[in-house]
Design a protein around this ligand. Structure first.
Ligand code: NAD
Length: 534
């Protein structure tokens, strides 16, 4: 059995072939399908239901019925978390199968998929640990203090609560399918909401397994639903009058459309969008570490990561040496022609770098889009230090895949598309600077603000620059170690066109709640509680 056949045998399971609505696996009403292909060869991988607006309506109705019935929202957050823990455990128990599916669907090396799926399971358990924290936040006396008159009148018995929002739409991207989706599913459910997940049509097969996890964990019917489909299904979900919030991860353009769809009904949005992160390298940085960090920053997951550091802002004193070494290292990298079996190449400590192979990009349309950026840049006279093209089949070791050479563009103008727009592929744009002020100016010179990194051996300088960078997550480092790593307790999100709201941390759970104050007067809170529980 070849590697693709093995993945196809996993995909025979019901959950990878049906929608999950009202606790049941069901066919799409119109019976339409979406086909998906293995990025390393372009071979057919699988077909799955193309849910439409009528399927979205059915899922919303199931979620609404579960919300109105009230069992899920009526449980304590800790009780809900106990159930969601089983789902997180289910990811952990099935890592090998899910990693093979993500390797085949996204084209990422198996070992990287396995590592990030482990991260999704671990993060799920973190969310579950917050169940008790959320319970402890219910009926907490308001005593914010601070400033003159900052405490409510003594005769008020006023408390805060955090209520679930209601029926929520979760729309996710394809680059880390399970991570992006489960980062929404777990907090949305623990907070007491009912949800509909709409995974990406480009690569969302692993997300279909979440329906099975919910069923096996005993989530009540309708509380969690999965509708696969394309942008029409996403648009129907965002526009549904019964959906009170959309939590979205994807491109900035789609984010703004979703905001537009939610505006007439004033439903809430949480938007995790695109980025164009800068890696600022001062000339007091160790050369090898700077090169390693640059490669990891723009090549991890083939550059298809929202926080990819695709702009290098390098001080003129180290620029020539860094670019020479970078070119040399990039041209040595092998292509990964079978991500499903890419388990242990052993020629580089991949956990440190994750840049030991060049993976294909996810699909034909992304390949065209990236090559469009590169051809446009070349036509406009942008200098190519290395790459800039499609590798030949002999170099890759097979044909038909969506490969692009790792590409470095130098002396890029600040207003060039490849400096300003998210390419979402293995493409790095470089500009140099001389002073600290210039470094800040360059780092802040796009409309995005998701992440950025400052490298220097001078901690005070690194801190000064980090504090002036406009991004939701800034990394100041002399080594680059831990670049792109996330911890579930540390919130992240975007400034500017990179998003609205924050994910992760307790704030990430609060995104799925409404803050409510209840003011008890004429009787005490203690009496109210006694009667309520008694
Ligand atoms: P995309 O915007 O094309 O699609 C994302 C999802 O939105 C898909 O499920 C798609 O079907 C759906 N969709 C498309 N049009 C829609 C519409 N009009 N209404 C409702 N839903 C619609 O993004 P993508 O190509 O899947 O993902 C790549 C993008 O995601 C990049 O921009 C990347 O930076 C971003 N991303 C951001 C983060 C983050 O945390 N900030 C994480 C991962 C990816």
């Amino acid at each position: 059995m070849n590697s693709l056949n093995k993945v196809q045998s996993h995909l025979l399971a019901e959950c990878f072939n049906k929608l999950f609505i009202g606790g049941q696996f069901v066919d799409a009403i119109d019976g339409k399908k979406i086909s998906t292909y293995y990025p390393a060869t372009g071979d057919f991988l699988h077909e799955f239901p193309r849910g439409k607006a009528n399927d979205v309506d059915a899922a919303v109705a199931a979620a609404e019925a579960a919300w109105e019935e009230g069992t899920w929202a009526g449980m304590s957050a800790a009780e809900r978390a106990d159930i969601v823990t089983k789902m997180a455990q289910g990811i952990e128990d099935n890592i090998e199968m899910l990693a093979e599916i993500e390797a085949a669907d996204v084209g990422k090396p198996y070992r990287q998929a396995a590592m990030t799926l482990g991260g999704a399971a671990g993060e799920g358990k973190y969310w579950c640990s917050l169940g008790k924290v959320l319970d402890a936040e219910q009926d907490v006396p308001v005593n914010s203090g601070g400033g003159e008159g900052g405490v409510p009148p003594a005769e008020w018995d006023v408390v805060y609560r955090r209520d679930p929002i209601g029926v929520i739409g979760l729309i996710s991207a394809w680059n880390y399918p399970m991570n992006v989706a489960f980062r929404k599913v777990a907090p949305a459910l623990i907070a007491g909401n009912c949800a509909i997940l709409k995974p990406s049509e480009i690569a969302g097969l692993s997300c279909m397994f979440i329906g099975k996890l919910a069923q096996d964990a005993g989530i009540p019917p309708g509380v969690f639903n999965v509708v696969t489909g394309d942008r029409d299904a996403g648009a129907a979900l965002a526009a549904s009058p019964s959906v009170s919030m959309i939590s979205f991860t994807g491109s900035t353009l789609t984010g703004s459309k979703i905001m537009g769809a939610c505006a007439p009904k004033l439903s809430q949005v949480a938007l995790e969008l695109g980025g164009k992160s800068a890696l600022v390298v001062f000339d007091d940085t160790d050369l090898d570490k700077a090169v390693e960090t640059t490669m990891k920053g723009f090549l991890t997951n083939g550059g298809q990561i929202c926080t990819a550091h695709t702009r290098l802002v390098v001080q003129d004193g180290i620029e020539a040496r860094l670019l020479n070494k970078l070119k040399e290292e990039l041209e040595k990298l092998p292509f990964c022609n079978d991500p499903i079996t890419e388990k242990d190449r052993g020629d580089r400590a991949w956990e440190d770098g994750m840049t030991d192979v060049v993976q294909p990009v996810v699909c034909e349309s992304q390949h065209k889009k990236i090559m469009g950026f590169l051809n446009g840049a070349k036509a406009a006279g942008v200098e190519v230090l290395t790459g800039g093209d499609v590798p030949d089949d002999a170099t890759v070791g097979n044909s038909g895949g969506y490969f692009i050479q790792p590409t470095v563009l130098i002396n890029v103008e600040r207003d060039a598309d490849v400096w300003q727009k998210e390419v979402f592929g293995p493409v790095l744009s470089v500009r140099s600077f001389s002073t600290e002020d210039d470094a800040v100016l360059e780092a802040n010179s796009t409309s995005f603000g998701l992440a950025s990194t400052v490298m220097s051996s001078d901690p005070a300088k690194a801190m000064r620059v980090a504090n002036r960078i406009r991004a939701g997550a800034v990394f100041a480092t002399s080594t680059g170690e831990g670049l792109l790593a996330e911890h579930p307790a540390v919130s992240r999100g975007g400034f500017g066109c990179s998003g609205v709201g924050r994910e992760l941390g307790i704030g990430g759970l609060h995104e799925y709640t409404e803050l409510k104050s209840v003011n008890y007067t004429g009787f005490s809170l203690a009496d109210a509680k006694k009667k309520h529980t008694g």
